[in-house]
Design a protein around this ligand. Structure first.
Ligand code: BG6
Length: 478
């Protein structure tokens, strides 16, 4: 729909940016932090990059918050590292870990920046894995409950916006890549048990937040990739729906309605899958009413019919940022994903599609009528300082401008959006590509191989974003 006026953003809109502990903090061996599986993964698995120093935010947090203030932030989304709070199975929280997050939160609050905190962003403590078999064993449910309750008790007086588990759908869907899957041969069935356990952890976090945090609000953070149909062929439309179900809708329906949909129950029945739902589980779900959705959205996908006799193809991610390496999946009889002629692609073959942002917000609002905070969105690129020691990241400015404009249009369409927090504030380790794929508004002077001086250098996008957010979304630059 065409709107005559330019978008207006609500007063008190939360303008900020986003990060995750294991990708930005470093200091993995300091102040009593325990080992996380992601540390081991990041050291061994290429092209992951060693996270022991990352952007060294642990030691630079004051400088980083000062830069956020200078930029005009009113929010900052970050995650707490579970192994920093509970490094081992003693049941005793690590005082130094709590102190670090208290310092960070105080620094934010004192600078007028609303903290938005993710409880779990991929950093599984090694002891939880060894003792309970990680997400595979129900023992994690109480351990996670103990951890989140400690967070609510220690930080809930100042943190009002909480996010439960980052991209649970992607942790299941990309289980092999993100480390959730331990036994590839049985993952097709195991994933639903693992997912059910994650759902219980999510639900208990929602319940505990409402019990313990005065005025606290909590929501999940699905990784959203809206799916278009390749053509008007009705079979492509069904393929689109199938793709959407298996990559995101199963999860969103569950969070919002607090029960499994007929679609997934039917799938389990047909494939002889037992997700191990036990007595009492549904009672827990019934109490876990979420307050909002965090939305991570970078791109769109396009689906087409995959005939039952088409050869299957696994998703092959583009690992090195050389265009054309990604292979889209073919799931015979269900759907296939295809390239879209109407959009451009990044070096990692991610669709550059601002309209997807409006589409996702509209669609989620129609389905669930819950407010949303954009918790991730951004442009990953190869970058280094130019001869003047600067980063003139015009592509990122164009990307952000177009995406934010579409957020504004969605608001004009009647969608309730509370804030926009792109990925990321400073450069940080990309999930799979370390510093080779940068997202920040602020450059971190290091590469994967050379630590240089870890200086913070504002990119052109920092100045552009600062003007936009200080004018509450009015000054778009030329
Ligand atoms: C999101 C994750 O899926 O995408 C982040 O929550 C991640 O942790 C971001 O960094 C971008 O992905 P990547 O692989 O480019 O780092």
């Amino acid at each position: 729909m065409y709107h005559k006026e330019k978008p207006q953003f609500p007063k008190n809109f939360l303008w900020g940016a986003s990060s995750a502990a294991w990708q930005v903090e470093g200091a993995t061996n300091e102040d009593g932090r325990g080992v996380s599986l992601i540390d081991l993964n990041s050291q061994k698995k290429k092209p992951f990059a060693d996270n022991s120093i990352a952007s060294d935010h642990y030691h630079h947090y004051k400088e980083d918050v000062a830069l956020m203030k200078e930029c005009g932030f009113t929010s900052y989304r970050f995650s707490i590292a579970w192994p920093r709070i509970y490094p081992d199975d003693s049941g005793i929280p690590n005082k130094k870990g709590i102190e670090f997050y208290n310092n960070l939160i105080n620094e934010l609050v004192n600078n007028g920046i609303e903290p938005i905190v993710t409880l779990y962003h991929y950093d599984m403590p090694q002891w939880v894995d060894e003792k309970f078999d990680g997400w595979y064993g129900r023992g994690i449910i109480d351990a996670f409950d103990q951890y989140v309750r400690t967070c609510f008790k220690e930080f809930g007086d100042r943190v009002k916006y909480w996010l439960s588990i980052n991209e649970q759908n992607m942790q299941i869907f990309y289980g092999h890549w993100l480390g959730t899957c331990k036994h590839p041969e049985t993952w097709e069935k195991d994933q639903w048990k693992v997912n059910h356990i994650m759902n219980l952890c999510h639900a208990k976090a929602v319940i505990a937040c409402h019990e313990m945090v005065k005025d606290g609000k909590i929501g999940p953070v699905p990784g959203m990739v809206p799916i278009y149909s390749q053509t008007g062929n009705p079979m492509d439309q069904i393929a689109r729906l199938n793709a959407e179900e298996f990559t995101e809708k199963i999860w969103n329906d569950f969070y919002a309605h607090r029960k499994y949909s007929n679609f997934i129950k039917q799938y389990w029945k047909e494939h002889d899958i037992d997700p191990d739902i036990r007595e009492g589980d549904q009672e827990i779900f019934n109490q876990a009413k979420i307050d909002f959705f965090g939305i991570n959205c970078y791109r769109s996908n396009t689906a087409a019919e995959a005939k039952i006799d088409e050869p299957a193809q696994d998703y092959e991610l583009n690992k090195y940022g050389i265009k054309g390496q990604l292979k889209f999946p073919v799931v015979p009889g269900v759907y296939k994903l295809v390239y879209n002629d109407y959009v451009q692609y990044t070096d990692w073959d991610w669709e550059i599609d601002p309209v997807a942002m409006r589409y996702v917000l509209r669609n989620m609002w129609d389905l669930y009528q819950l407010p949303m905070i954009i918790t991730e969105n951004g442009y990953g690129a190869h970058e280094d300082l130019d001869e003047n020691g600067q980063i003139n990241d015009i592509e990122r400015i164009n990307f952000l401008r177009d995406q934010i404009y579409q957020v504004g249009l969605a608001i004009q369409d009647g969608v309730e959006v509370l804030g926009y927090n792109p990925w990321s504030f400073t450069d940080l380790l990309s999930t799979g590509n370390g510093m080779a794929k940068r997202y920040g508004l602020v450059f971190i002077n290091r590469t994967d191989d050379d630590l240089r001086d870890l200086a913070r250098i504002k990119k052109a996008s920092f100045y552009w974003y600062s003007k936009l957010i200080k004018s509450n979304g009015q000054d778009w630059g030329e």
